[in-house]
Design a binder for this molecule. Structure first.
Ligand code: PLP
Length: 380
């Protein structure tokens, strides 16, 4: 079988072996329901609460501020639901470059009569802070702000510490989709004044289908999913014990090794960027690729031609897994690139890296790209 080169880590990451080992007892012998009062139930409860404590400690928050959910998407939906239904928000500010889990949710509330405003962007896809501050002043109190910590397609990072301060000054409720940053950066929610923050384990070598929502103490809300009284009535449904345990382990490993891995992955990104620049005269990079950007994401663009038209497919045939943008909208074109206005006449490929990406793989990817694009060297 052809060896795959996996460069789509912003879509999802490989489950860490150590994480799987930690999860195994809860997938096999320790199958109690954490809501049961008997011994296996109590054991499961203990595992869930220990995982909550670990995650809370890693983010410098209280365990009660962590609500387990099924994924980043559910976490985002829960924050919107809470803001509009329980916290009296009557206006929404978000941006055109958010993940669909935010954008489509905002649109849902817009249809229900809540005005949605989009923060202006700078040329390279950052939030235009001055423009945002002005907008927030105009919308006034009772505004819900949902702006992501880092963009999953182009990698741009946002200073949510600064946004948090301004939101607090304007009495706005602030949510940040931190799905691409929690597990990739040390995050301290004592410094970042969000009310809500979303995370998802499969982006940092944990299992798919588990996430959490950080909810600042005293932010009172009712469950988005109704049913039992799990998660102190804030999220109904039997807790996914094994995955919760796995998520806590994955976050612990990610942060323990953060400095070394960030440097290693950052070097891989630089190698890819410089390699592409050296070989393809007309390559461009979407977003702020060498500025305030994720070390895990590089979004390259090539002029549209008969050689680049099927680029993702050609890469896939050569065993290289990359993507055109968010995995959740594959095939639909990128709303992020569209918002940037840089996509016309070009083909965009997102390469995203992890602790498992090697320099040999980057070398091979560049060689494969040369093979695909070489005949067009003069124009590409
Ligand atoms: N938000 C961002 C920024 C993402 O990158 C993703 C996943 O691609 C999500 C939300 C959705 O997370 P999940 O796949 O856990 O629902």
């Amino acid at each position: 079988m052809q060896e795959k080169i996996y460069l789509d880590n912003a879509a999802t990451t490989k489950l860490s072996e150590e994480v799987l080992i930690t999860m195994m007892p809860y997938l096999t012998s320790q199958y109690g329901n954490p809501s049961s009062a008997h011994a296996p139930g109590r054991e499961a409860r203990m595992a869930v609460e220990n995982a909550r404590k670990k995650i809370a400690q890693l983010l410098n928050v209280r365990p009660a501020e962590i609500i387990f959910t099924s994924c980043g998407t559910e976490s985002n939906n829960t924050a919107f639901h809470a803001a509009v239904n329980d916290l009296g928000c009557r206006q929404i500010i978000t941006s055109q470059v958010e993940h669909h889990a935010v954008l489509h949710t905002a649109e849902k509330y817009k249809k229900a009569g809540i005005p949605v405003h989009y923060a202006p962007l700078t040329e390279n896809g950052h939030i235009d802070l001055e423009g945002f501050f002005k907008l927030l002043e105009e919308t006034g109190r009772n505004t819900f702000v949902s702006l992501m910590h880092a963009n999953n397609e182009i990698g741009n990072r946002t200073d949510i510490e600064e946004l948090g301060r301004v939101c607090a000054g304007n009495e706005a409720i602030f949510h940040s989709d931190c799905v691409q940053t929690i597990g990739h950066y040390p995050v301290d929610f004592q410094k970042i004044k969000v009310h809500f923050a979303s995370a998802s384990a499969h982006k940092f070598h944990g299992p798919k289908g588990i996430g959490f929502l950080f909810v600042r103490e005293k932010t009172k809300f009712t469950s988005y999913i109704t049913g039992g009284s799990q998660e102190r009535n804030l999220r109904a449904g039997t807790e996914n014990v094994a995955y919760i345990v796995g998520m806590a382990k994955a976050l612990e490993l990610a942060l323990e090794n953060h400095d070394r891995e960030a440097a290693q992955i950052g070097a891989v990104k630089t190698m890819m960027r410089e390699g592409l620049r050296a070989r393809f005269e007309k390559v461009l990079f979407n977003g702020d690729s060498i500025g305030d950007s994720l070390y895990t994401v590089l979004n390259a663009s090539f002029p549209l031609s008969d050689k680049t038209e099927m680029l993702l497919l050609d890469l896939d045939r050569a065993g290289i897994c990359a993507s055109g943008g968010s995995a959740c909208s594959s095939g639909a074109g990128s709303h992020v690139i569209e918002a940037l206005g840089t996509g016309s006449g070009r083909v965009n490929v997102r390469f995203s890296f992890s602790r498992y990406t090697t320099t040999t793989e980057i070398d091979k990817t560049i060689r494969v790209l040369e093979g695909i694009l070489q005949p067009e060297k003069e124009t590409v």
